[in-house]
Design a protein around this ligand. Structure first.
Ligand code: ASP
Length: 448
């Protein structure tokens, strides 16, 4: 007999915002019997002006905690679930849960408890609607008393529990410590729950259902109708996400990556679309030269000059110490013979400028320090860059032709990314030039 296949499907808040979406979710789940473990978020926005249930819960709890009127808000939250039940022709069976939640709010159960109720209630509702078993994440997703997620214990408890259940709904975003106190991941954390469930059941695939048809190759606010990324590696995802391309919670990658489980981003509103697959390895025939382009504005460069810097052992160590002393993580560190430059977020520098200058002067006795502000970083990511000739030529020619002055160049040592620093004002123009030259102009089959 062949091995059984398991898919874990996580549905985001916009995929469960109302009854019509619940119906779409059921169709998706029922279309494939391998979708055995389902992880829901709390109901999200039904329209751009709408509110997320999680936000309402945080707000309601704050009001209750400070003795201010909160009942209207609680009613609004209850209405969201009632409406879903009514429109699905289900009896509203969460009345007693709301009673318990209100009592806990008045006893100051904590903001994390409050926020988690969005997923808890939605999980119960979805389990009843699908006819799946409901597993309270508080029983199986373990946190320490300090609120830190405990991955190995969770994997054990979750694995044990789910091995006994053919099909189950496990609400996302929260878990509990051994004393039963609820803890949550950071916002968007249902993605993380989906990934840890996929790891615990050794799923063949982690499907992440959302309201977009996958990752786009560039920001649609800058490039109109950019192409979709069909497939990318975990490494490439990390590079792009770091530079601002977000669809998935950062922490969702680790549990699945270690087991070699791929993530498939899909659109609940367009299940026929192919989405984006994120996996460990891409077959050479599927590799494209450029996977994605992303970037962010508002960085600053601190340039330090000192004669014969290159012959002083330990100079870099002291430089890094200056940043460590001030608890700053930097982005890039290009260097010359007698100069070195550290690039960091401008926001961070604004708060710590005096302190970092003091540390640099004391530790390095430099000849000169200069600060250059308002720099944007643009990163081009692609595993295929390693094997295609002429990428750098197109890259820099396109920027020159667009009159962009490049202030910094850094090619990652793994050759899957190339980052440039440009003026904030040149940010959009750089991305447009790069997208045109590297994505729209076809590549000949010129492999090295
Ligand atoms: N409901 C939570 C939030 O809004 C978690 C999630 O949706 O993943 O952040």
């Amino acid at each position: 007999m062949g091995r059984e296949h398991i898919k874990v499907a996580k549905f985001g808040g916009s995929s469960l915002a109302d009854a019509a979406h619940f119906q779409k979710v059921r169709e998706i789940v029922e279309a494939d019997p391998e979708r055995r473990y389902i992880v829901p978020s709390a109901p999200g926005k039904r329209s751009p002006q709408d509110e997320k249930v999680t936000d309402l819960l945080y707000l309601c709890y704050e009001e209750a905690k400070h003795g201010r009127p909160y009942k209207k808000l609680l009613k609004k939250i209850k209405e969201r679930y009632k409406e879903i039940c009514r429109d699905l022709s289900m009896d509203f069976f969460l009345e007693s849960d709301f009673g318990k939640i209100e009592a806990a709010f008045l006893e100051h159960a904590g903001a994390e408890y409050a926020a988690s109720r969005g997923e808890y209630l939605n999980g119960k509702l979805l389990a009843a609607y699908l006819g799946y078993e409901f597993v309270d994440a508080a029983e199986v997703v373990r946190f320490g008393k300090d609120g830190r997620f405990e991955d190995e214990r969770t994997n054990f408890f979750l694995g044990q529990k789910l091995s006994r259940l053919e099909r189950a709904v496990i609400p996302g975003f929260y878990g509990a410590d051994d004393a039963g106190n609820i803890h949550t991941f950071s916002r968007g954390g249902s993605d993380v729950t989906g990934a840890i469930v996929a790891r615990a059941v050794l799923a063949d695939l982690y499907e992440n259902w959302t309201d977009v048809s996958g990752f786009l190759l560039a920001d649609p606010g800058i490039i109109s109708h950019p192409r979709k990324i069909d497939v990318m590696t975990f490494e490439e995802l990390r590079e792009l996400a770091y530079r601002g391309a977000t669809v998935l919670h950062e922490e969702a990658v680790y549990p699945v990556r270690r087991e070699g489980i791929s993530i498939h981003i899909r659109n609940t509103n367009a299940p026929e679309e192919t989405g984006t697959v994120i996996c460990s390895r891409i077959a050479p025939e599927e590799e494209v030269p450029i996977t994605g382009i992303a970037g962010k504005k508002n960085f600053a460069a601190i340039s330090i000059a000192k004669n014969r810097m290159n012959s002083q052992p330990g100079f870099c160590k002291k430089l890094l110490e200056a940043f460590e002393e001030n608890d700053i993580v930097f982005e890039h560190m290009p260097s010359g013979i007698d100069t070195i430059c550290v690039i960091l977020p401008q926001e961070e520098l604004a708060v710590k400028e005096a302190a970092i200058m003091e540390s640099l002067s004391r530790l390095l006795s430099p000849d000169k320090i200069e600060i250059d502000r308002d720099m944007a970083l643009v990163t081009v990511v692609g595993k295929g860059m390693r094997s295609v000739c002429g990428i750098a030529a197109r890259f820099f020619t396109s920027l020159g032709d667009a009159d962009v002055n490049i202030k910094m160049i850094d090619m990652g040592s793994n050759e899957i990314n190339c980052t440039i620093g440009v003026k904030n004002d040149d940010f959009e123009r750089s991305i447009q030039a790069l997208y045109h030259a590297l994505v729209e102009v076809p590549w000949e089959e010129k492999q090295k």
